[in-house]
Design a protein around this ligand. Structure first.
Ligand code: ADA
Length: 552
């Protein structure tokens, strides 16, 4: 499955995954052996490779000719791409889309090899041993497309209200992939509006972004209760003939900050959410569509109205589901708990900013995303960290001025970055990592932010709160790690946060139990993070009913 809707009627495309590929590890006891694996997949799902760290080659073949574009929705975590044995691309990071164009491919059968590498090294500043698992594999779909001499790279739609009327700024980015100049017409159809740009001249191997603002009548806004989606169809025409197209979806909704509140179409948001890793004991991070949809059903059943993509950009199929079902999304770039030393890794800033570019370019139109987050619990208590936070928050705003931005801090009263984000967000664990009463801890922290930081007066949110509970662990005295303790802790935590007038919302840590890197075995029973409201098999713990009651 490529997307929740058809993205091309003219451009020919097909999914290369969704079938068996050859897989061969390059190291270890099975090096060189060939396995048949159903893609998308993680090799950790295979009994021979639960703990394998190294490189593995995933190979398939396809028939094509002319200009082709290969789009990789996610390869974990470092990819080298070979076509007919010749390297044509590479990419770092499991969670963002990348592509490669091959011009004038000879007609016939061609071999595609994706060499995936999940080793930890100094060259990997974001995928490091952590309190979640860096899996490996062709973990999201691979798409083959046939292109003409020019194509539409992306279309962005920015809806807004202007004097009571809905309008939308439309941006169309097109690229000429020929070695000669070309002249095109570009057409965009959205709702009852058609936009036409004629005589668009592009030099050889160049790209251009066209802009137009349109006014709309009788629009149905996108809201959580009525998540109305519209399609925009972009066409490239050469001599009046359509040579390429791209279809995307968007919603008429506008996010604004007003004092201590985030407004969606003028309504104050009250976030009741959960943090969710892309993790499953059978699929690793390569959850199939049905598993994503099942997770979303549980989130809605719990009474949640939002999900936080901790701690990296999510599969766009999951975001399509959130768009269609009106579930708000806090999406963030890829980072968790990096120290100042980690952030001083020479690869860090470039890798983190690349994720921001790729995340926002690909996910811009999803109406469910209402905020961009960066750098979960990184070194925002240090001067060096502040330089990176400022650079990345500025980049977010430069790429998308239509959404607020934030970062989840765990630095209690030592954070020095609250002057930077639009929204102040904290991860706190009263009753788990310390026994302070939640209401006391929250108020003390909020007052400190108002009195001592530049975050005063900004919207304030709790982006993590929770406790561990091991499925099936019960006892009469409700000790830590029992389901009873987790349920009781969450009841007190959520009661404090949801009743705190100046807190606009909460994300529970976390939706489901997840695997963590083996190096984290010490602090995590079962080498799992056990703070899920459901366990890794999505079996509800006692806390499930507590959260459902508190969110009602
Ligand atoms: C942090 C972190 C989460 C998880 C959590 C925990 O807040 O952001 O990824 O590690 O702590 O379980 O302690």
């Amino acid at each position: 499955m490529i997307r929740g809707f058809c993205t091309h009627e003219i451009r020919k495309e097909k999914e290369l995954t969704g079938c068996l590929w050859d897989f061969s590890p390059r190291q270890g006891e099975h090096a060189g052996q060939i396995y048949q694996v159903a893609t998308p997949c993680c090799w950790e799902s295979h009994p021979d490779f639960n703990h394998y760290r190294g490189e593995g080659d995933y190979t398939t073949s396809f028939y094509a000719k002319g200009n082709i574009r290969l789009e990789f929705k996610g390869v974990s975590h470092t990819a080298s791409i070979f076509l007919d044995g010749k390297q044509i691309a590479s990419h770092y990071n499991a969670y963002t889309i990348f592509d490669v164009i091959v011009r004038n491919l000879e007609e016939g059968e061609h071999t595609l090899t994706v060499r995936a590498n999940n080793r930890f090294s100094k060259k990997s500043a974001l995928h490091i041993p952590n309190d979640y698992m860096s899996y490996d594999g062709v973990s999201r779909p691979v798409i083959l497309q046939e292109l003409a001499g020019a194509y539409i790279k992306w279309i962005h739609v920015t809806p807004s209200k202007n004097q009571g009327k809905w309008q939308a700024e439309v941006e169309v980015c097109i690229e000429n992939i020929e070695n000669s100049p070309t002249c095109l017409a570009v057409q965009a159809e959205l709702g009852d509006n058609t936009i036409l740009w004629e005589n668009v001249n592009l030099d050889a191997n160049s790209q251009i972004t066209l802009k137009s603002t349109q006014i709309f009548d009788n629009v149905i806004p996108w809201t959580a209760d009525c998540p109305k989606l519209y399609k925009i169809k972009g066409y490239l025409l050469q001599n009046d003939k359509k040579i390429d197209d791209t279809i995307d979806r968007f919603g008429f909704r506008e996010i604004k900050i007003e004092g201590k509140h985030i407004l969606l179409n003028g309504q104050k948001l009250k976030i009741k959410g959960l943090c969710r890793h892309e993790d499953h004991p059978q699929f690793g991070c390569a959850l199939p569509y049905a598993a994503m949809a099942a997770d979303l059903e549980l989130l809605k059943h719990l009474g949640a109205n939002s999900v936080r993509t901790a701690h990296y950009p999510n599969d766009e199929l999951f975001l399509d589901l959130c768009d269609e079902q009106g579930i708000l999304v806090w999406e963030e770039n890829h980072a968790r708990g990096l120290s100042e030393e980690d952030m001083r890794n020479p690869y860090f800033e470039q890798q983190a900013e690349q994720v921001i570019h790729e995340m926002i370019t690909a996910h811009y139109n999803h109406p469910s995303i209402y905020i961009w987050g960066i750098l979960n619990e990184c070194a925002s208590e240090t001067e060096y960290g502040k330089i990176c936070y400022e650079a990345q928050l500025n980049l977010v705003k430069q790429l998308d001025s239509s959404r607020p931005h934030s970062f989840a801090s765990c630095k209690f009263k030592t954070d020095i970055c609250f002057g930077l984000p639009d929204v102040v967000s904290y991860n706190i664990y009263p009753l788990w990592y310390h026994d302070t009463p939640p209401e006391e801890y929250l108020d003390d922290l909020y007052q400190w932010v108002q009195k001592e930081t530049e975050g005063a007066g900004k919207p304030f949110m709790i982006t993590e709160i929770g406790a561990g509970g091991i499925y099936g662990c019960r006892n009469a005295y409700h000790s830590k790690w029992t389901e009873e303790y987790q349920a009781e802790a969450l009841e007190r935590q959520l009661s404090a946060v949801l009743s705190y007038e100046d807190c606009i919302g909460v994300y529970i840590w976390q939706f489901c139990d997840i695997r963590v890197s083996d190096e984290w075995f010490g602090g995590r029973p079962r080498t799992m993070n056990n703070k899920g409201i459901v366990d890794e098999y999505r079996r509800p713990k006692l806390a499930y009913q507590t959260v459902k009651k508190m969110f009602a």
